[in-house]
Design a protein around this ligand. Structure first.
Ligand code: G3P
Ligand code: CA
Length: 251
């Protein structure tokens, strides 16, 4: 009983380091993850792709052109070929296994699944087995996000303990209704939406349907971030966790 303490009532959204502290260090490298963890992020976000020989690597784009000195689609390159490529600051593209073997249960992982270029579900079994190799699911260190419901349902069949965030595209957000949210609620704890599509009414509708809201950004984060925090969204992607944590303190 008694009055709630300040700590219990303080606004404390999940701070998710988007591709690591990717404003400060090359995305999806140990430098960017390290910086995110040092700066106090709750979760490091990891985008996954599958190589030609079936390994899971932390790469956002379909191809390696933007982030390395090489070129080609991840799914057309073997892990050996990918490991020969150079990322800025002497970094290499990382496998998910390397990432979880380094941080083990000292980090929380917010992992995004994607399909291959033909929209096939390809990575779920291997993903669950890598996470289980470090007991990360039972230790509650993992959230999985995806635009692909089938991916999450498949993962749920393999391990029913993982919390999911259903990412919604702009067109899906425009048509979002209670029925859809109730369907999502059957397997997910939150929806992930581009911050520019979010207003107070939408947040209320999501909450009324028993879901949380995590918001992400493209290039206009600095403009949208204070507005999102003002609305008290439940989770918050950022390319600069230290900056976001400062904003939360001011909110
Ligand atoms: O995962 C949420 C957000 O990261 C989706 O956008 O393109 O950066 O993966 P993207
Ligand atoms: Ca992502």
């Amino acid at each position: 009983g008694g009055a709630p303490t300040e700590k219990e009532t303080a606004y404390d959204p999940l701070i998710i380091a988007h591709r690591g502290a990717s404003d400060l260090e090359p995305e999806h490298t140990f430098l960017s993850y390290e910086r995110a963890l040092e700066d106090g992020a709750d979760y490091i976000e990891i985008d996954l792709r599958q190589t030609k020989d079936g390994e899971l690597v932390a790469v956002h784009d379909e191809d390696v052109d933007r982030i390395t000195d090489g070129s080609g689609k991840v799914e057309d390159l073997t892990l050996d070929e990918i490991k020969q490529l150079n990322v800025d600051k002497g970094q290499k593209i990382l496998t998910l296994q390397e990432i979880v073997d380094k941080y083990k249960d000292t980090a929380h992982y917010y992992i995004e699944t994607r399909t291959d270029s033909k929209e096939n579900i390809v990575m779920e079994e291997q993903l669950v087995s890598i996470l289980e190799s470090q007991d990360l699911i039972e230790k509650d260190r993992v959230i999985i996000q995806s635009f692909y419901e089938d991916s999450m349902l498949k993962i749920h069949e393999l391990n029913s303990e993982i919390p999911f965030v259903r990412l919604l595209r702009k067109a899906e957000v425009q048509e979002l209704d209670d029925e859809t949210l109730q369907h999502i609620k059957k397997y997910a704890m939150a929806v992930g939406i581009y911050a520019g599509s979010v207003d107070a009414e939408l947040l209320k509708q999501i909450h009324d349907n028993g879901l949380q809201l995590h918001v992400y950004y493209y290039d206009d984060e600095k403009e949208l971030a204070p507005k999102m925090l003002d609305m008290k969204v439940d989770g918050f992607f950022t390319n600069d966790p230290a900056y976001a944590i400062d904003l939360v303190k001011e909110a």
